[in-house]
Design a protein around this ligand. Structure first.
Ligand SMILES: [Fe+2]
Ligand SMILES: [Fe+2]
Length: 241
């Protein structure tokens, strides 16, 4: 059982903080900021290429909102004395970066909408948990963007639905098969050595495995509602494929 050293929303900007606390906080924020920025960049490539007016409106809203989330996160980091130029050096979620680069290279619209649906859904869980962070400004900021992140999953599902209408379900089933195991991996290893310390510092209220399970429990019925099948996994434990 992990002893909680910092209860939720108990630390403010001017509260005393150890270097260890501050560094871990900055690392999470840098990860979040970078995912938001990469998301905005990824969507912006489809501004004038998405196949219909509804799709372009959704893409424009996603670009604007992800960019706003990036800015809100970076502002919190600057308040803590972090240098703007340092942000990329603090970025540790390499897997997400590799995935988004992979999805960006010669991606079809079908891949893009599936990637959006799965990644926006995955991105919701850390934000949902961050509203209970021990660092109160981060908790408040996360609460302020939570509703938009929830809507992004809806937007992703709508994009998938439209694409099924356009091309039929087989094409989207193929994309789902490709991205499903990868999306399960973004929650990280179940045995991450950082989990204990993140819990102790009041940064994470759930483990990687619990978040991954929440994602699966929520997404699998939506996938079936979309008239798609949840792909079978060749490897049923992390790393999934
Ligand atoms: Fe976001
Ligand atoms: Fe989002």
């Amino acid at each position: 059982m992990t002893m909680l050293e910092f209860s939720k929303l108990s630390v403010e900007l001017n509260s005393p903080m150890t270097d260890e606390y501050k560094n871990l906080l900055l690392r999470q924020m840098a990860n979040q900021a970078y995912c938001e920025l990469e998301g905005a960049r990824f969507y912006s490539k489809w501004f004038n290429r998405a196949p219909g007016i509804e799709e372009r409106k959704i893409i424009a809203a996603l670009v604007q909102e992800e960019f706003e989330h990036w800015a809100l996160t970076v502002e919190l980091m600057l308040e803590l004395g972090f240098q703007f130029e340092e942000i990329e050096n603090r970025y540790t979620n390499r897997l997400f970066l590799i995935l988004i680069r992979l999805a960006s290279v010669r991606a079809t619209w079908s891949d893009t909408v599936m990637f959006s649906f799965l990644m926006e859904s995955a991105a919701f869980y850390p934000v949902r948990d961050n509203i209970y962070s021990s660092y109160a400004p981060w908790a408040r900021m996360s609460k302020s963007i939570l509703e938009e992140e929830e809507q992004h999953r809806e937007s992703g599902a709508n994009l998938v639905r439209n694409q099924i209408r356009r091309l039929g379900r087989d094409e989207m089933q193929k994309s789902l098969k490709k991205w499903w195991p990868l999306s399960l991996n973004v929650f990280g290893s179940p045995n991450s050595k950082n989990e204990e310390i993140h819990k102790r510092f009041g940064f994470h209220i759930r483990s990687n495995e619990e978040r991954r399970q929440n994602f699966r429990d929520d997404l699998e019925p939506i996938i079936r509602e979309l008239d798609l099948e949840v792909p079978k996994l060749r490897r049923k434990t992390y790393p999934f494929f």
